[in-house]
Design a protein around this ligand. Structure first.
Ligand code: 3JN
Length: 338
């Protein structure tokens, strides 16, 4: 049994983490919920009991074994090392430590063994990266992926509760003929629109979100030779990210071979029945923990390239589920104490 703390408990991902700990019967001997001063005074229910949200402070980690953290990277940079020093293992959903060579970056379907290399902090990858590598890893093992061209269609829940509210408020105003509220979370109005910018631009012309997909994919897959060419786009979908992916492989690849490999891949479900208009959709992937792939087809011009469509719940597998799965790996390593 573990003593657990959830940091950022009142946020969109924190809330899902709490529901998952309940759903999956995580072996928690005790639990506490921490958040910024703004949430102080509020309470949360867990296992039918009410718990006050406590303010995040350096002393809050005494006696805690596992910290599930979903805060801005700046907060994680300050508090995760304090929690690790107090003896906890932190599973951090922010980008603060993802590319730190001393911090494992883990997707349990892909590199579960990296969990054991932790020195007190384990990083949870970016949502767009997680769902992509669950689909890529089994194909990489069989055909060696050399290049990935990916365009994302990212839901507003990736920008937290404020992102969801901005889409709802702008859409409601527009359909009733009123002036929509000005963009605040997003660079432009998101209702009835697509925005090819997620996070800030870098001098290269790529966004930070796009570079997370490039760098994190290589680290998780343990192969710096994989080239990722990303375009990340925000779309007016409430929840679940979609991705259009083209892979180029060293060995020739076919639709049939990919299907056969994916059929036994962990955490992945094929939904690919064109005759019945069945393919993954954000609406059907939401509230699920798996990654869904479909629209699987051969490159029209190359025998070593394949295209597919990939959808997953960004708050669950893209964040909270992956973090809880990492915590479950920690329990397997040391059931009594981490
Ligand atoms: O916008 C999305 O769909 C995903 C957003 C992720 C995100 C948002 C703010 C800060 C991250 C992340 O997980 O990479 C971060 C961050 O920690 O840098």
């Amino acid at each position: 049994m573990k003593s657990v703390a959830v940091v950022g408990a009142s946020g969109a991902v924190g809330q899902v983490m709490i529901r998952l700990l309940e759903e999956r019967n995580f072996p928690a001997s005790s639990i506490k919920f921490l958040a910024s001063e703004r949430s102080a005074g509020k309470s949360l229910t867990f296992g039918g009991k009410e718990y006050p949200i406590q303010p995040l402070s350096p002393g809050a980690f005494e006696g805690v074994d596992i910290v599930l953290s979903s805060t801005p990277a700046s907060i994680s940079r300050e508090y995760s090392p304090i929690a690790a020093k107090a003896g906890a293992v932190v599973v951090d959903n922010s980008s603060a430590f993802r590319m730190d060579p001393d911090v494992p970056l883990v997707v349990p379907e892909v590199n579960p063994h990296d969990v054991a290399k932790h020195k007190g902090i384990i990083a949870n990858p970016n949502c767009s990266t997680i769902q992509m590598v669950v689909a890529l890893k089994p194909l990489h093992d069989a055909f060696r992926i050399r290049r990935v061209i990916v365009s994302t269609y990212q839901a507003v829940s990736g920008a937290g509760q404020k992102g969801i509210h901005e889409l709802q408020a702008q859409t409601a105003a527009l359909v009733s003929g009123n002036t929509p509220p000005a963009p605040s979370k997003f660079a432009h109005s998101i209702a009835f629109n697509c925005i090819p910018q997620i996070d800030d631009f870098l001098p290269s012309g790529y966004t930070k979100e796009e570079m997370k997909m490039v760098n994190e994919t290589r680290k998780i897959m343990g192969d710096d030779s994989i080239d990722v060419c990303p375009t990340c786009v925000r779309v007016p979908v409430a929840n679940s990210h979609s991705e259009s992916i083209l892979i180029e492989t060293e060995k020739p690849i076919t639709v049939e071979a990919a299907r056969e490999i994916w059929a036994s891949a962990p955490g992945l479900i094929i939904v690919d029945d064109n005759a019945n208009k069945l393919y993954p959709l954000p609406s059907s992937a939401s509230n699920r923990d798996e990654v869904f792939v479909g629209r699987i087809r051969q490159d029209l011009h190359r025998p070593n390239a394949l295209l597919f469509w990939c959808v997953s719940d960004n708050l669950r597998k893209g964040a909270a589920t992956n973090a809880v799965q990492i915590a479950e790996e920690l329990v397997k390593l040391a059931p009594a104490s981490v």
